[in-house]
Design a protein around this ligand. Structure first.
Ligand SMILES: NC(=O)c1ccc[n+]([C@@H]2O[C@H](COP(=O)([O-])OP(=O)(O)OC[C@H]3O[C@@H](n4cnc5c(N)ncnc54)[C@H](OP(=O)(O)O)[C@@H]3O)[C@@H](O)[C@H]2O)c1
Length: 314
């Protein structure tokens, strides 16, 4: 791992020389189109250089517009930012992977992606309906395709030079191992929920051993209250080190060797969340001793996200 004493600038190398991921990432799961644009611009201005998107978020076009405008205004090169997007569950059939990838690329207005992830290991009925259900409201899964089938199609994208790296998301250690062992191109990144209430230590150890980047979402516990931001251990440390609770949680994540995604939605919060600094060892130990265990996002069990923004006019 590339060490930097400045956590804000830390970049983590991806396997196979596929570039470096800035540890501090900005997530674009934002319900409102106008807010997507301002928040993305604010994040870029605050210093974020890593942007996490998804076909399923319904706002790739807005993120793309904000990035083009922000890069031009700030004199920032495309190569200075790291952009990820994700293949949705209804596109797991191998024949659907490349068209889905190309459609995301077109909406983002980019000529290549730094990283493409399989959003979840659950295949839904193939088609343009992202949330296929039966009459009783049950999800219609697709049992005619395996995760490895989809992974092979993802590998082709890398081999054809369309994206630099591929990875997995919302997945457990056993399934990661299965794909890792069968893959020609190993997963470069695994994106999962992780914070002090869900440290995912075993998965993190596996990732470190294999050189896979562990990318944590919900580092602030989705901002839910009561929750991590009000945890007495976190707020006690925040007072001691003169940082905010959010800054303590983000620093902990980076110092334990993960990359992270956070979603500040105002310019002030973007600056706050980017302005993290090293925590002393005793503070890290104290956070590691927190015993509360809580998973906030059930997507890992069903493939159904807890919360999805509605595109404008939808
Ligand atoms: N792979 C997946 O299935 C998956 C699932 C979920 C998320 N993600 C990715 O992860 C990204 C991060 O989302 P997240 O919800 O997990 O992020 P998060 O940073 O843990 O939580 C965001 C929430 O925290 C609040 N917040 C942000 N900065 C704060 C601060 N400094 N002080 C107090 N509250 C603050 C925000 O409140 P305000 O809205 O009031 O600013 C927002 O409600 C997403 O955008 C998406 O890219 C991926």
């Amino acid at each position: 791992m590339a060490e930097s004493s400045d956590l804000r600038l830390k970049r983590i190398p991806l396997s196979h020389g596929a570039g470096q991921m800035p540890a501090l990432g900005f997530g674009t799961l934002i319900p409102d189109a106008a807010l997507t644009i301002t928040a993305t611009r604010d994040a870029l201005e605050a210093g974020f250089r890593h942007f996490d998107c998804a076909e399923r978020y319904g706002n790739e076009r807005e993120v793309g517009r904000a990035l083009q405008a922000g890069l031009a205004a700030g004199g920032i090169a495309r190569g200075d930012i790291f952009v990820t997007t994700k293949l949705w569950n209804s596109n797991h059939r191998p024949a659907r992977v490349e068209p889905a990838f190309e459609a995301s690329l077109e909406r983002l207005g980019l000529s290549y992606l730094d990283l493409y992830l399989i959003h979840t290991p659950f295949a839904f009925q193939p088609g343009d309906n992202q949330d296929p259900r039966d009459q009783d409201g049950n999800v219609l899964y697709d049992h005619g395709v395996t995760l490895l089938d989809t992974w092979r199609a993802m590998e082709s994208l890398v081999e054809h030079g369309k994206c630099r790296a591929i990875g997995l998301s919302d997945i457990g250690l056993d399934e990661v191992k299965t794909i890792y062992e069968s893959a020609r191109i190993k997963p470069a990144v695994v994106q999962v929920e992780s914070h002090p209430y869900l440290p995912e230590t075993e998965l993190l150890e596996f990732c470190k051993e294999k050189g896979v980047v562990f990318l944590a979402f919900a580092p602030l516990g989705h901002g839910m209250k009561p929750g991590l931001l009000e945890d007495p251990v976190i707020s006690g440390i925040a007072t001691r080190v003169r940082k905010t609770a959010a800054q303590v949680l983000l620093a902990w994540a980076v110092q334990r060797g993960t990359a992270l995604l956070t979603t500040p939605r105002s310019a002030a919060r973007a600056r706050e969340n980017f302005d993290i600094s090293i925590l002393p060892a005793d503070a890290l130990d104290e956070i590691n001793r927190i015993e509360t265990r809580q998973r906030l996002n059930p997507v890992v069990n069903t493939g159904v996200p807890g919360f999805i923004p509605k595109a404008k006019g939808a």
